[in-house]
Design a protein around this ligand. Structure first.
Ligand SMILES: Nc1ncnc2c1ncn2[C@@H]1O[C@H](COP(=O)(O)OP(=O)(O)OP(=O)(O)O)[C@@H](O)[C@H]1O
Length: 259
């Protein structure tokens, strides 16, 4: 578990539109990497290339390479479905399967991956996943109730439990707290700090305080200009980015002068 990702010279297209250009970065295991930057600069697009979800958009493609430990994620022999199993994703809006029970929501990922488990094994795994998402105590007496009956923050933790259940190596989170109140946000942030002991975590966030609180490394994306592609301006230790960034554009952004 917890793998290192090496991105090299990545260009990301939607059909003929070059959305993001020339990204190179190393994402360290057992750490949280935050991606920040103004709207439309390609943070979410970049995030989705890390588990090959970008290709689900018709005619979307990448050039360049993404290697996880020694595996080239874009090698012709690689099945994108398998990449998505190893690199889980949590979205902005919690999206539990609405008619499914809490239990089945967590078990769903495993069933989709065709893992056949005995009932007792499945029970154990559901419990472990809910525990690692800090949700077990709140739901253990109502596992058969619908997931949609939980609060927004609980639903987001349910989605994290579902992502964790398939034992991925990496967790991608696209603004996981943007629809949550401050208390639920804090629960998710605490959870990220716990999960990074076992996972590589990459989070897109608009909230710079959040990036400063939860991440070890921060990457700042920006547009190269109006109508131009997005780019990675710099990536460094979070404390450095928020105190003495090396690029003026980063300093302007974090000090609120634009974006
Ligand atoms: N499905 C799509 N088809 C075509 N273009 C897209 C698609 N999704 C995003 N784009 C374009 O790619 C660029 C980057 O968008 P993206 O959503 O990745 O930016 P972002 O930095 O995550 O923005 P935000 O912070 O507002 O979520 C934008 O110009 C956007 O319009």
């Amino acid at each position: 578990m917890a793998k290192r990702i090496e991105v090299k010279d990545l260009d990301i297209y939607y059909d003929k539109f070059l959305a993001v250009q020339g990204v190179s970065m190393t994402i360290q295991p057992r750490s949280v990497t935050a991606l920040i930057g103004p709207s439309g600069c390609g943070k979410s697009t970049f995030l989705r290339t890390l588990n090959r979800m970008h290709e689900l958009v018709p005619n979307a493609r990448v050039e360049g390479s993404i290697v996880m430990d020694d595996d080239d994620l874009y090698a012709p022999s690689v099945d994108p479905v398998n990449v998505r199993r190893q690199i889980g994703m949590v979205f902005q809006r919690a999206n539990p399967f609405p008619t499914m029970s809490i239990y089945d929501n967590v078990a769903a990922g495993l069933k989709l991956n065709n893992r056949r488990l005995k009932k007792s094994e499945m029970d154990d795994l559901v419990e472990r996943s809910l525990k690692s998402a800090n949700l077990w105590e709140e739901v253990k007496d109502r596992l058969q109730k619908p997931g949609s009956g939980l609060s927004g923050g609980q639903q987001q933790r349910l989605c994290i439990a579902r992502a964790v259940a398939v034992q991925p190596e990496v967790l991608l989170m696209d603004e996981p707290c943007s629809a949550l109140d401050p208390i639920s946000t804090q629960a998710i942030e605490d959870l990220m700090l716990e999960l990074k002991a076992n996972y590589t975590i990459v989070i897109v966030t608009h909230n710079m305080q959040q990036a400063a609180r939860v991440s070890d490394t921060t990457g700042f994306f920006n547009l190269q200009g109006v109508g131009k592609p997005g780019e990675l301006v710099e990536i460094d230790e979070t404390t450095k980015i928020f105190s003495t960034p090396s690029q003026k554009a980063t300093e302007d952004y974090i000090s609120g002068r634009f974006g």
